[in-house]
Design a protein around this ligand. Structure first.
Ligand SMILES: NC(=O)c1ccc[n+]([C@@H]2O[C@H](COP(=O)([O-])OP(=O)(O)OC[C@H]3O[C@@H](n4cnc5c(N)ncnc54)[C@H](O)[C@@H]3O)[C@@H](O)[C@H]2O)c1
Ligand SMILES: [Zn+2]
Length: 371
């Protein structure tokens, strides 16, 4: 089992990466959680695969109170949080009892929000089961629910006591979900590490075939890279923003398609492609480095835009985001493979030019985006 420390002083915690190890979960958990009740939050899909494994792994040490949500983003609401509070209150969960999230980012964000607010905060543990949750959403302490006026608008920074990554859970993850998580994986290389990009280039087949040792190395590297950024800037007052590479235009694409067409990672990948295009136009990035990044993005599989998506809708969504943030649109732009800058003054014409190339592009010609 591999262990990664997230160094946040008194809020520090371990990320454990294990394989075929449910029976070791309780022994690790008892080191950070006193015996007693735990609210085990999961969704129907994940529960059907892993509910009984986790329940039986915990039952000798804890009284498990399961609560199962409907899969999908629509469950990340205050109404659903309210249902979880009710279960917790009725089961008599007290301040020493924990909330455990078993699932993807939706379960993690919702359960984490409940943990942060129930009785002004109870211990929280993450057992992420999607690639995206394992490399991204379970690490760093952002928890949230959505508001009808926007995603993730109600939330907190709330660090877990433990993150337990069981690699075997990825075997049942739908391939499209796996590849959406892979977009966030390549993001870490693009923003932080040429060595990691080289590793991904060399081990790509093993990664997507879920070769256990390759998968473990890649997930551990992502967790390490994110942990370092979070340790430097827990509340995103500065450098943590680099994790938003690809997210400026990615979010705009998601919003312009009413969060129905893209998985988050798919939109982020398109956003990263466009960020490379913008960086190239601004002469921040050489042609060779742009090509190297785009080749790797292409291996994830760049999703074409829906055929009739007007650029005005995407630009309007960008503007909406800016209004919400009360600042100019911030782009994270690559300056080399493994390096980015935070950039605030991208001329509208450049954004439009690159966006149009993506919107009108056919698969196969997408590498021409950076021309
Ligand atoms: N907190 C953060 O820092 C952060 C970062 C990125 C994303 N997020 C949030 O994460 C959410 C997206 O998370 P996600 O991509 O994990 O989606 P998700 O939680 O909706 O899971 C995707 C789908 O896969 C299913 N699933 C999960 N694990 C499975 C498994 N092992 N086998 C079979 N099916 C499985 C789920 O039931 C669901 O249908 C969004 O709400 C986003 O806002 C949060
Ligand atoms: Zn993301």
């Amino acid at each position: 089992m591999q262990s990664i420390n997230v160094d946040l002083k008194e809020r520090s915690y371990e990320i454990k990466i294990a394989s075929n190890s449910w029976q070791r979960l309780a022994a690790t958990l008892v080191k950070v959680l006193p015996p007693g009740k735990v609210l085990l939050v999961s969704d129907e899909h994940v529960w059907s695969h892993y509910g009984s494994c986790v329940e039986s792994a915990l039952k000798d040490s804890y009284t498990v109170v399961p609560v199962i949500i409907t899969p999908g983003e629509a469950s990340k609401t205050l109404a659903e949080a309210d249902r979880l509070y009710t279960v917790a209150i009725e089961a008599g969960l007290d301040r020493s009892n924990a909330v455990i999230a078993l699932g993807g980012g939706v379960v993690g964000d919702l359960a984490g929000f409940v943990a942060a607010t129930y009785l002004r905060g109870v211990p929280f543990v993450q057992i992420p089961t999607t690639l995206l949750a394992q490399v991204d959403s379970s690490v760093g302490g952002k928890v949230a629910v959505n508001h009808r006026l926007g995603k993730n608008l109600i939330g907190a920074f709330y660090q877990p006591k433990l993150v337990w990554i069981e690699l075997d859970t990825l075997q049942t993850l739908p391939p499209r979900e796996f590849m959406a998580g892979a977009a966030e994986v390549v993001k870490y290389g693009a923003i932080l590490s040429t060595d990691f990009i080289t590793l991904l280039e060399e081990k790509w087949e093993g990664f997507i075939q879920q070769d256990k040792s390759v998968l473990q190395r890649i997930i551990a590297t992502c967790c390490n890279l994110k942990a370092q950024v979070v340790a430097e800037d827990e509340r995103e007052t500065g450098r943590r923003a680099i994790l938003n590479f690809g997210h400026t235009l990615g979010h705009a694409l998601e919003a312009a398609t009413s969060f129905q067409y893209y998985l988050h990672g798919e939109a982020v990948l398109a956003g990263m492609v466009m960020a490379v295009g913008i960086a190239k136009k601004l002469a921040l990035l050489s042609a060779a480095e742009a090509e190297r990044l785009l080749n790797l993005f292409a291996r994830v599989g760049i999703k074409p835009a829906p055929p009739d998506l007007p650029e005005e809708d995407v630009l309007a969504a960008l503007k909406q985001d800016k209004k919400r943030m009360g600042e100019e649109t911030v782009f994270i732009l690559p300056t080399a493979v493994g390096e980015v800058v935070i950039y605030r003054h991208v001329a509208r014409e450049i954004i439009v030019e690159v966006l149009l190339k993506y919107l009108q592009g056919k698969e196969g010609s997408l590498l021409a985006l950076a021309d």
